[in-house]
Design a protein around this ligand. Structure first.
Ligand SMILES: Nc1ncnc2c1ncn2[C@@H]1O[C@H](COP(=O)(O)OP(=O)(O)OP(=O)(O)O)[C@@H](O)[C@H]1O
Ligand SMILES: [Mg+2]
Length: 220
């Protein structure tokens, strides 16, 4: 999980990791393969293994739910039309959206849009899943549903998942590896137990900014 204040550089980092921003220095390794050193076709091979959930959902408004989910399959696979259809149906069922195929994004609730975005991200059977604030704008209950869905899918298909979030519930619940970014730099790294005990001031200020989290702190 990647956390940090608004504007600290989380989206820039994740976009750099998936190859949407060019990097000035450093390298991005996918199981030892250095993404930015590869040629076009090498990069495309890795892109095929990546599912991405953009901040704000970013569904195609002029495409139906089904067409949104089929889109990466057309781009990255050689599946036939009927195979793509089957895969899209499978993914939509997986996110509990079986009857929404023909709807347009404008006809969906925020939580449904997130689920379509998840179905689209997993359509290519990714090895790596990147999610930029999958919970933003959702009520707490729906936020947990989306969290659990990402967690279940991650475990079920053995995906390496990177989630940017502002949701501290989600961090203390699911943060196996947490990276805290501060003013564009890696500032702290640890897990969900360590983050509640760290004496790093900036991390503490961030974590205990909400009343709910202050109450959790008082228990330690
Ligand atoms: N394409 C870009 N070109 C130049 N600067 C950018 C670009 N995208 C973002 N920035 C700048 O980089 C900094 C980090 O932005 P970023 O979007 O990564 O923040 P963030 O941590 O994702 O914030 P939020 O939590 O609000 O989404 C900001 O100062 C932003 O203005
Ligand atoms: Mg962002």
């Amino acid at each position: 999980m990647i956390i940090g204040e608004s504007g600290s550089g989380k989206t820039v980092l994740i976009r750099s990791m998936v190859g949407l921003n060019d990097i000035d220095t450093g390298e991005v390794l996918f199981d030892g393969r250095s993404f930015y050193d590869l040629n076009f076709s090498g990069k495309k091979e890795i892109r095929k293994e990546i599912g991405m959930l953009f901040q704000g959902g970013a569904l195609f408004d002029s495409k139906t739910v089904e067409e949104n989910v089929v889109f990466p399959l057309s781009m990255f696979t050689d599946l036939s039309e009927s195979e793509k259809q089957d895969r899209a149906n499978f993914c939509l069922q997986r996110v509990h959206l079986a009857n929404a195929n023909k709807l347009y994004p404008s006809e969906l609730s925020g939580g449904m849009k997130k689920r379509v975005a998840i179905a689209r991200a997993i359509s290519v059977q990714p090895k790596y899943l990147f999610c930029d604030e999958p919970n933003s704008g959702l009520d707490p209950k729906t936020a947990i549903v989306i969290d659990n869905l990402i967690k279940e899918i991650t475990e079920e298909y053995s995906i390496t998942t990177v989630v940017i979030t502002h949701d501290m519930n989600s961090v203390v619940e699911n943060g196996d590896n947490i990276l805290f970014i501060y003013k564009g730099e890696k500032w702290w790294e640890g897990n969900k137990e360590e983050i509640l005990r760290t004496d790093n001031k900036e991390v503490q200020d961030f974590v205990y900014a909400t009343k709910f989290m202050k109450e959790i702190k008082s228990k330690f």
